[in-house]
Write a protein that binds this ligand. Sequence first.
Ligand code: SF4
Length: 316
Amino acid sequence: MRILLANPRGFCAGVNMAIQCVEEAIKIVGTPLYVYHEIVHNRHVVERFVRQGVVFVDTIDQVPAHSTVIFSAHGVSPEVRKRAKARGCTMIDATCPLVTKVHMEAIRYARQGYHILLVGHAGHDEVVGTVGEAPGAITIVESPQDVAQLPYDDKSPLVYLTQTTLSMDDANAIIEAIRLRYPHVKSPPSEDICYATTNRQQAVRHLATDADLVLVVGSRNSSNSVRLTEISQNSGTQAYLVDDVTEIEHAWFEGVETVLVTAGASAPEHLVEEIIDDLLKRYGGHLEDRHVVEEDMHFELPLSLRSLRERAAAKG
Ligand code: SF4
């Protein structure tokens, strides 16, 4: 069997930063340590931290007063910050800077009197957080069909923004529908779909047609991992999303000579390695590293964590 390994794949700069935040916070404040929502959308990452004493919560009411709480990479609404502050919590904000950028755009356009059409998935943590920045000034648009239902006219000041982890193709189809109905709509100053999502999708789009089967390593609630699976399927190559090696069904490999392996932005590399080892053991063959886009992005730890570290160091 020929195994093609997609590059780039796996952890992005935002996920690396968010995971490092939790690791550092455990060292500084110990456990139990509270994290609002899954720090990143990956079952293995979350389970590893749970084993270390991290408590993941869905509401701030679940965080004991005066404890430390970390906000996940997907960001939170100002209401969540307000509630955490009211409980006297120490807050560490692990929101990815590229999500924060969309929050800032939402705040700015809402202040300027625009109504924001947010292209994204209702209910996704990131979308919930962004909507919370300007409730009343944002409408979520999930499909081109949604555009037809919008109540605005050609005089309404409109701008569109997008969730960072959408499929570029799906987002473009929705944006095209928005532009068709509202030619005056304003675009964001720069692309909201992030570099990591774009690059991983580009690699799969480029390589999937060379393979008979695509394995995407990632969790089902990881938006960018699900999008990689869809992109492969749309290009005509069967794809499966697996959390780890145990989810692989070997019936999938009947008649398969070439497999492409990739991973969503929140999937740890050791899961990819375990899958490759298993495939090589079962089917023999060889591995080919395929580089489509080079990446060199790094995000600093947030100021809230660096200050906490400095305070802890000063106390000795
Ligand atoms: S996928 Fe993009 S937006 Fe999400 S954490 Fe990674 S870099 Fe940030």
